[in-house]
Ligand binder design. Sequence first.
Ligand code: CTP
Ligand code: MG
Length: 170
Amino acid sequence: MEIAELILFLIPVYIANSIPVVLGGGAPLDMNKIFIDGKRIFGEGKTLRGFMAGVAAGTLAGGIVALLHSSVFFRTVQLQFIGAFLLSFGTMAGDAFGSFMKRRMEIKRGMPFLPDSIIFVVFSLAFVFPLAAVSLYEPLNLLFFFALTVVMHPLTNTLANRLGLKNVPW
Ligand code: CTP
Ligand code: MG
């Protein structure tokens, strides 16, 4: 598989994952609710606005990609567009799930958690499964997605920290 195809495919995922740090804020996604273990469901780091902004920006970015280039992983441009939405939604759901796990394990908001760098990719690939070609899930493609994300995540977080968008470089 061409590397360019794989990178283009991940654009909605990476955009959705990085926009909330800029556009997030306001009411928390869990509405301040407490889980049965007495701790917050997601905590203060996940806001509704951040979630919606991530889904919207990722879908828009993937939509623009769809207009410029037909992905080999979708049969039609319409499916590619819906795929961008599912990838973005999956990314934000995975991001929230990561925080859910962190709160259960009593890891404080903003503290590093190794799976943080990969959960959102797993979720996005699972969400787009009904629409994407099976070839997307070939082991080498998955390896590329995970390897790229593991490398990119600390780089983008350090950059966001240097730019003053994030308090911590992870
Ligand atoms: N953010 C948001 N809404 C989301 C996701 C992220 O507003 N759904 C914003 C928050 O300001 C958050 C920042 O983006 O602090 C960085 O996101 P992330 O690193 O995922 O959150 P953390 O603050 O590290 O919180 P957690 O420990 O729950 O992961
Ligand atoms: Mg974090």
